[in-house]
Design a binder for this molecule. Structure first.
Ligand code: ZN
Ligand code: ZN
Length: 357
């Protein structure tokens, strides 16, 4: 899968002759070539795409990159030289670059040495990546299934006496075992009072009877991320835990119900937030309802109170409200949904009924 043609089609709209892609996420998106390193540059002109890399990656790049000229840097003929050759050959004048990703140091080198005008154009890539095509959706669903398989199995290990770290380590192992190439992010496993920290780090705390355990995790499969959160109870729950869990679940379902193409991110967020606020927990839901998921674990668009723009069909976002009570516990439930014209499709299949292990 590559998106050279998709980028080329957008050049005119942005008044560009070419697009320079240097950050790992955009290089992967455009070329379909996943390198582990920081080396490599993709360059898309109106009539030819290029992928430049160094000796360490050239064999893999030549095997994997389609629809582009793949060339290797050499001593005295680095990225700047290769880019200037392409710029000269295709009469390129205005080149878009990723102002949201490129370091100031890189920018200064390119600005000084490339024979073209550099134009900030992160937006071109953001707009493209926000709308997933059929192949991307299929890959996102596959990544999601791997995480769900790991969840199903990890539930056998969640019991009093097991530490948060042990659960996190096993989740990582299971996702790799079931086909993940890597984690989308370090798994979050928090239990008991630690659960009130939405992005707490798994520690040596041992799970105790009466705890909620919140697990937020995801994997990368063929370059695309999954993301999900489930909160399970161990032994028993108090009346308050039960009430908070079901408030979060109702909020999540209300947000999902509201989510469709053409609706703004803030309206989706508000549908969920209203339920939590009405239940008296408004101040304990301090993050937004959701974020885009794709090549990066957090990408556009957001379903947050300040995202006023309408979301497009084909956008993939998380649906993850939570309630966090300091000193007591926290609950978050997270699915990933695809926005359609008439509603949305929840690609997360794991059950959300309160599970007491
Ligand atoms: Zn998550
Ligand atoms: Zn998330």
């Amino acid at each position: 899968m590559n998106h050279f043609a998709a980028v080329r089609e957008k050049l005119n709209d942005h008044g560009l002759d070419a697009m320079l892609l240097t950050c790992a996420a955009n290089r992967y998106y455009v070329s379909g070539f996943a390198s582990t390193g920081t080396d490599g540059v993709a360059f898309v002109t109106r009539d030819q795409a290029y992928y430049f890399t160094d000796f360490r990656y050239i064999e893999a790049a030549k095997a994997q990159v389609r629809d582009a000229v793949v060339e290797m840097t050499k001593s005295g003929r680095g990225y700047v030289a290769l880019l200037n050759e392409a710029i000269g050959k295709h009469g390129v004048k205005r080149v878009g670059y990723e102002d949201a990703y490129m370091t100031v140091a890189e920018y200064n080198i390119y600005r000084e040495k490339l024979n073209c005008e550099l134009v900030p154009a992160t937006g071109l890539m953001t707009q493209l990546r926000m709308v997933k095509d059929a192949e991307e959706l299929q890959t996102l669903i596959s990544a999601q299934r791997i995480a769900e398989k790991a969840l199903e199995e990890i539930c056998n290990d969640i019991r009093a006496g097991v530490s948060e770290k042990e659960i996190a380590a096993k989740l990582t192992y299971l996702m790799l075992r079931y086909g993940a190439q890597n984690m989308s992010f370090d798994p979050i496993v928090v239990s008991g009072a630690n659960g009130s920290m939405p992005h707490g780090v798994p520690g040596d705390r041992k799970i105790a009877p009466g705890d909620f355990v919140t697990m937020d995790f995801g994997c990368i499969y063929r370059g695309y991320c999954s993301d999900m959160t489930r909160t399970v109870a161990v032994g028993h729950v108090t009346e308050e835990m039960d009430r908070v869990y079901h408030t979060v679940l109702r909020a999540q379902l209300a947000g999902i119900e509201r989510a469709k193409a053409g609706v703004s991110g803030c309206d989706i967020d508000a549908a969920a937030r209203d339920i939590i606020t009405k239940a008296g927990y408004g101040e304990y839901f301090g993050h937004s309802f959701g974020h885009g998921v794709g090549v990066e674990i957090h990408e556009a668009p957001n379903a947050s109170p300040n995202h006023k723009e309408a979301l497009p069909a084909g956008a993939v976002i998380s649906a993850e409200p939570g309630i966090y009570l300091p000193g007591k516990f926290g609950v978050r439930i997270e699915d990933v949904i695809v926005l359609r014209e008439n509603g949305c499709e929840d690609i997360t299949e794991a059950p959300k009924k309160l599970l007491i292990l």
